[in-house]
Design a protein around this ligand. Structure first.
Ligand SMILES: [Zn+2]
Ligand SMILES: [Zn+2]
Length: 268
């Protein structure tokens, strides 16, 4: 290699930037594999342990539709007529790194799997923290509301999958580097053409809990009403199609009562 090439050493950011290594956090990779997860198992796209006395959520957006069976003709869907679909169910025993709210040991996520005019990704996600024993004692829903063909967009619909969680060290995407690191290092990583050249980062792209968001686009962290930036709760990416969507990211604030949470998605 010559001094003129402008090539940067083939090292990852952890080696190149000492401060970057300090940002490492433990993440739990969910490693979904298509299967037949039971209602008492953690799953992606599997049936949820749902309280029988709680109405299943429906999307009330007025602008949602699907191509259904005819790719040339979109079918408008009456608001409130199509059930949301199960996305994720996590039992605390399977994700010991995830801190559950007091008294809770079950996390569930659903969203509307139709296409929405305003947003390219799945919308109206809802997050639920529950207590498994309480749901079982009070009675779990048995007639699970399924969606029929033509009532969802395939891109927003995960294949039922079992999970085999593993932990790993996760660092931010370079799109998510704190400003002080960016300002210090971006000028040093310029090649002879004047472009910043970023070596591979150590962010893990995949469906995961904790760690850092696997942003496809520049970071877009939500702030809580209390004024603090929310924490990354989980990322869903790579394991389902998500159409033009790069990933869907969920955040929470543990400082506030009421378990506030928010979500973001980005595009390829
Ligand atoms: Zn909808
Ligand atoms: Zn807060």
């Amino acid at each position: 290699m010559t001094a003129d090439s402008g090539e940067l050493p083939a090292k990852d950011l952890r080696t190149l930037i000492p401060e970057y290594a300090g940002l490492a956090r433990t993440t739990t990779l969910l490693n979904p594999e298509p299967g037949e997860p039971g209602v008492r198992e953690s799953s992606l796209g599997g049936e949820l342990l749902w309280p029988a006395d709680e109405p299943w959520p429906y999307c009330a957006q007025e602008d949602h539709w699907t191509f259904g069976s005819d790719p040339l003709n979109r079918t408008e869907i009456v608001p409130g007529s199509v059930p949301m679909v199960p996305i994720l169910q996590l039992y605390a025993r399977d994700v010991p790194e995830l801190e559950f709210p007091e008294g809770k040991d079950l996390l569930q996520l659903v969203w509307c799997a139709l296409v929405h005019e305003e947003d390219p990704g799945p919308v109206m996600p809802r997050l639920y923290w529950r207590n498994e024993a309480e749901v079982v004692a009070a009675g779990a829903l048995s007639g699970f509301p399924g969606v029929s063909e033509g009532e969802y967009d395939e891109d927003n619909m995960p294949e039922p999958s079992t999970l085999s969680p593993t932990t790993a060290e996760d660092c931010p995407r370079w799109l998510d580097l704190p400003k002080n690191i960016w300002d210090t290092w971006e000028p040093r990583l310029r090649n002879t053409a004047g472009h910043a050249v970023w070596p591979p980062d150590s962010n893990i792209i995949g469906t995961k809990v904790g760690g850092w968001p696997a942003w496809t686009q520049p970071a877009d962290w939500p702030d809580c009403e209390c004024g603090h930036r929310m924490e990354h709760l989980l990322t869903i990416t790579g394991d389902i199609q998500l159409g033009d969507c790069g990933g869907v990211y969920f955040f929470r604030c543990r400082r506030c009562p009421g378990l506030p949470w928010d979500w973001r998605f980005d595009c390829h």
